[in-house]
Design a protein around this ligand. Structure first.
Ligand code: LLP
Length: 437
């Protein structure tokens, strides 16, 4: 998919770059991002919203993959940006991302984070709880500023990827519950706080969701809430943010919808359920992360050792693993992979791909069919653009790989491979433990 193909040498090629050349130039493990595919996904969102006729913002959920180059790309594509920490905010600001299109999330923003974001004049805070409402108001007042606010509400729709449970009261650490009156109270409080400008509400029901029913149900609940708030508190929501969570295809059997289909389902539901408000519809914001960058990412590994246990299993180890992709170990996530330097060969065997960490759970893929693998082969794991680099660690003091953006035969490093100095750079040996010569 995207710009990926098998070239005449039987090598995987992405963005016009033969992966054997990428390995020679940048080494492995290597995160490769198909820049055109990321841009295509951004444009699919924007086009689908334009089609709907609604006023909108598409905010890229930077938690999925946050680097300065990605912030530049999101800005170039006209997207807004969702950040959840001072680190993501700092990255966006360093990249020159326009502050007024940054939205700040999180269920426990610190005083320092709030101050940093107000000073930067970000576009909006998504407020999660009563303590934060008062804290934000107080800090804004002290700075003589008025800040835009969305209230994060839990609409009582829980998405378990394939099924939706409609709960009376959602058991979640996030947001104000619509069902138990806490969201209503939050609107009352927020509209009374002088340094807050209440724009509306935000709802996010989960991630890697394939069906539209959960989103439609959330839109319906939020619309009913908006109508009640208008009637009883005389407060009108200018903005309704419906979060992210749109699924992508990792392996055969995953059945996501197209971006355009997700957006149409949501915007149609908005038109239906908000009609009760009579006047103009609110601005609709969404926050896709995974569906912007997920399928554009490929991780390239070099095969090292293997262990064949006759009649049981053959393990093939690569030069990365749970440090660059913790998702299989964390969530039992499934991935597909191919032999990237001998893609057309046919003597298939079944192998399981192990990482190099000192931990039995460090397995990337179980029971994968590949042409007979030997040391030095290249393995390409697909769909690693979201929550891979973003969740990478230095476990076992392994250095994080570099990330390259590929496009039209060009390959640009957007994150350098970590150095040994990065590994020990923050270490301090107390004076009394220093080795004497
Ligand atoms: N908005 C909010 C408020 C969120 O909490 C999230 C994701 C998103 C947007 C973006 O959701 P997306 O479109 O990417 O599904 N580490 C997990 C995923 C955690 C998602 C957390 N929140 C994984 O690797 O699957």
């Amino acid at each position: 998919h995207g710009t990926s193909k098998i070239n005449s040498k039987g090598h995987l090629e992405i963005g016009g770059n033969d992966v054997t050349d990428l390995k020679a130039k940048f080494g492995t493990p290597l995160y490769i991002v198909d820049e055109d595919l990321v841009r295509l996904r951004c444009r699919e969102y924007v086009a689908a919203f334009r089609e709907s006729g609604l006023t909108f913002q598409v905010a890229y959920a930077s938690k999925a993959f946050c680097t300065m180059a990605m912030c530049r790309l999101a800005d170039e594509e006209g997207l807004s940006l969702d950040v959840v920490s001072d680190g993501e905010l700092y990255t966006a600001l360093q990249a020159g991302f326009p502050a007024h299109r940054i939205h700040f999330h999180g269920n426990n923003k610190t005083v320092e984070e709030i101050e940093m974001a107000i000073d930067a004049k970000i576009g909006c805070f998504v407020v999660d709880n009563f303590i934060e409402l008062h804290l934000l108001n107080a800090i804004a007042a002290e700075k003589g500023q008025r800040v835009n606010v969305l209230l994060r509400v839990t609409p009582g729709v829980e998405a378990h990827t394939h099924e939706y449970i409609s709960t009376g009261q959602t058991d979640s650490k996030f947001g104000f519950d619509i069902g138990n009156g806490s969201a209503f109270e939050a609107v009352r409080v927020a509209s009374d706080l002088a340094s807050l400008e209440l724009l509306g509400v935000h709802s996010h029901i989960g991630s890697q969701i394939f069906e539209v029913e959960g989103f439609q149900m959330a839109v319906e609940r939020v619309a009913q809430f908006a109508i009640r708030v208008r009637n009883e508190l005389n407060v009108a929501f200018k903005v309704v943010n419906l979060g992210g969570g749109f699924g992508i295809r990792y392996v055969e059997g995953d059945t996501p919808l197209l971006v355009s289909q997700y957006v149409k389902a949501i915007t149609d539901a908005v038109k239906t359920h908000f009609a009760g408000l009579g006047d103009i519809l609110p601005e609709i914001w969404v926050e896709p992360g995974r569906s912007i960058v997920g399928d554009a990412g490929t991780t390239l590994y070099t095969v090292g050792t293997s262990k064949d246990i006759p009649g049981v299993r053959k393990y093939v180890a690569v030069d990365g693993g749970m440090t660059d992709n913790p998702r299989p170990a964390l969530y039992d996530s499934k991935y597909e992979a191919m032999l990237a330097n001998r893609a057309n060969e046919e003597n298939i065997e079944t192998v399981s791909i192990a990482g190099k960490c000192c931990e039995s759970g460090d397995m990337l893929i179980w029971d994968l069919e590949l042409p007979k693998v030997i040391s030095g082969d290249l393995l390409a794991v697909a769909c690693t653009g979201a929550y891979n680099y973003a969740m990478a660690s230095n476990y076992n003091r392994i250095r994080r790989p570099s990330v390259v953006f590929v496009k039209d035969g060009q390959a640009d490093v957007v994150v350098q491979r970590e150095s040994f100095d990065n590994i020990v750079g923050n270490d301090v040996i107390p004076e009394r433990m220093k080795k004497v010569a």
